[in-house]
Design a binder for this molecule. Structure first.
Ligand code: HEC
Ligand code: HEC
Ligand code: HEC
Ligand code: HEC
Ligand code: HEC
Ligand code: HEC
Ligand code: HEC
Length: 262
């Protein structure tokens, strides 16, 4: 819902710019001798061969890659080798020569390091106290992102799926259906959670009522009076958060209680 905020656009532009300068570096590197210098995923002794080579054996992937977010990493020029695939998988000469031999190629499913070379901010987020166990190796970026086709954020920008579908694969309990749905959940799990990590428990984007006041209006009507949804919350807010004070503990939805108490 905040997809077009200026901050996000600036960030995207930054990434885009860094991505392109990376591609440019690859170009420069490919026309010189020291190619491996710019490609952190390393396979000892291997050199870049270009994405064209992959089409021989991985047509199922190369056939859809053109509309992938990361197809932008392709450097379109006939001068240099285009290393879109190898920007994540590392130099592939030994892999190709051996016809796909074991240990000859980087697979980011095993380690997110390949992604961190360009998305370093995600490494910091994933290192926060409350995060999906990607660095621990129990999940991969690929559980929520498709590197090979369409939007890298699964479910974004398509009619048939939504980002929530990705979360629900593993978190069925938060999905319902509930008799009393909390509309916030339809807005998206990521309105309240940062899927990469947070300093707050449960990867919440805020640790107090600020989380809820994104959407619910708080009104200071007089000394000691704070109205939220027409109810004076002043004495309640001193007891804890909206969801831990013994109040809205069934925040994703409830089958019995319209205010999501349980
Ligand atoms: C001569 C055929 C051939 C070519 C060319 C080839 N591969 Fe492979 N690749 C294989 C085979 C065989 C496997 C192992 C079986 C499988 O998983 O499909 C494999 C597996 C892989 C894997 C998974 C490895 C793992 O450990 O899980 C990746 C990643 C990969 N290839 C990337 C590439 C990339 C990128 C290119 C182009 C630069 C490429 N391959 C070119 C044959 C090839
Ligand atoms: C943005 C990074 C990125 C790029 C670019 C990329 N891949 Fe991958 N690739 C991945 C990730 C991540 C996985 C593991 C996915 C998962 O977790 O299931 C993967 C897995 C694979 C596999 C193993 C498939 C399997 O089912 O195990 C092959 C083969 C492969 N990639 C080939 C390619 C080819 C060919 C290209 C270029 C057309 C390419 N990749 C471009 C990130 C990338
Ligand atoms: C060589 C640099 C590079 C590598 C390696 C790389 N990315 Fe990216 N990634 C980019 C750039 C550049 C963009 C921005 C592209 C755009 O917005 O058009 C991007 C965008 C994304 C997006 C945002 C898509 C969106 O719609 O907002 C996701 C998600 C993503 N990458 C995940 C990954 C994952 C997961 C890996 C590892 C498997 C990875 N990236 C590896 C450069 C890279
Ligand atoms: C549990 C699911 C999940 C995992 C695991 C995950 N992501 Fe994401 N990621 C998302 C979702 C959902 C979004 C979209 C967030 C939004 O629209 O607010 C996203 C957005 C992104 C973006 C673009 C917007 C942004 O927040 O910067 C990048 C880049 C990205 N992820 C990279 C990664 C990398 C790299 C990894 C692995 C280290 C990873 N993600 C692991 C769910 C995940
Ligand atoms: C591939 C499975 C998978 C997917 C997809 C997934 N998660 Fe998770 N999630 C996990 C695992 C595993 C944990 C860690 C559980 C633990 O530590 O006990 C977790 C933990 C969480 C927690 C924190 C629980 C706690 O106790 O701190 C939240 C919140 C969460 N996920 C939200 C999301 C959201 C939002 C999405 C979608 C963007 C998502 N998850 C997608 C597997 C997944
Ligand atoms: C309105 C904000 C909000 C939205 C939207 C939201 N959550 Fe939560 N979520 C919370 C709060 C607050 C908690 C902590 C209280 C709790 O454990 O129920 C939480 C806790 C969780 C937990 C940890 C549960 C546990 O027992 O430890 C998971 C997993 C989770 N949410 C997943 C999701 C998924 C998946 C979605 C989307 C379908 C989602 N959330 C949407 C606010 C939200
Ligand atoms: C993305 C926006 C959004 C967020 C964030 C959000 N809500 Fe809601 N919430 C709604 C909407 C929309 C409704 C239904 C319409 C309404 O009555 O305001 C609703 C309804 C409710 C209701 C039912 C009572 C009523 O007035 O209908 C309660 C209680 C509630 N929310 C509590 C919370 C709490 C507690 C949080 C923080 C953990 C929270 N909400 C976060 C959008 C949100």
């Amino acid at each position: 819902m905040h997809n077009t905020s200026p901050a996000r656009r600036r960030w995207k532009f930054f990434l885009l710019a860094t991505g392109f300068s990376y591609a440019l570096l690859v170009l420069i590197a490919c026309t010189s001798v020291e190619r491996s210098m710019v490609a952190p995923p390393k396979i000892a002794g291997a050199t870049f061969v270009g994405s064209q080579e992959c089409t021989q054996c991985h047509q199922n992937i190369t056939g859809t890659f053109h509309d992938a977010t990361h197809a932008n990493l392709n450097a379109s020029t006939n001068k240099a080798t285009e290393t879109g695939c190898e920007s994540c998988h590392g130099p592939a000469s030994l892999h190709v020569k051996s016809g796909g031999g074991a240990g000859t190629i980087v697979n980011p499913k095993q380690s997110p390091e390949a992604c961190f070379q360009c998305h370093l901010d995600k490494k910091s987020e994933m290192s926060l106290p409350h995060a999906h166990p990607v660095i621990a190796g129990k999940m991969s970026c690929g559980d929520c992102h498709d590197p090979h086709k369409g939007d890298a954020v699964l479910g974004k920008g398509t009619q048939l799926a939504s980002i929530n579908d990705t979360c629900i694969k593993c978190h069925k309990a938060q999905h319902g259906p509930f008799v009393f749905e909390h509309e916030a959940v339809r807005e998206g799990c990521v309105t309240c959670h940062n899927p990469h990590g947070s300093v707050n428990e449960k990867m919440l984007k805020a640790r107090n009522q600020a989380l809820c006041l994104q959407c619910h209006f708080q009104q200071q009507t007089g000394p000691g009076q704070i109205l939220i949804g027409g109810v004076n919350h002043a004495p309640l807010l001193t007891r804890g958060t909206c969801w831990t004070a013994g109040c809205h503990s069934a925040i994703h939805g409830s089958n019995t209680q319209p205010y999501y108490f349980y």
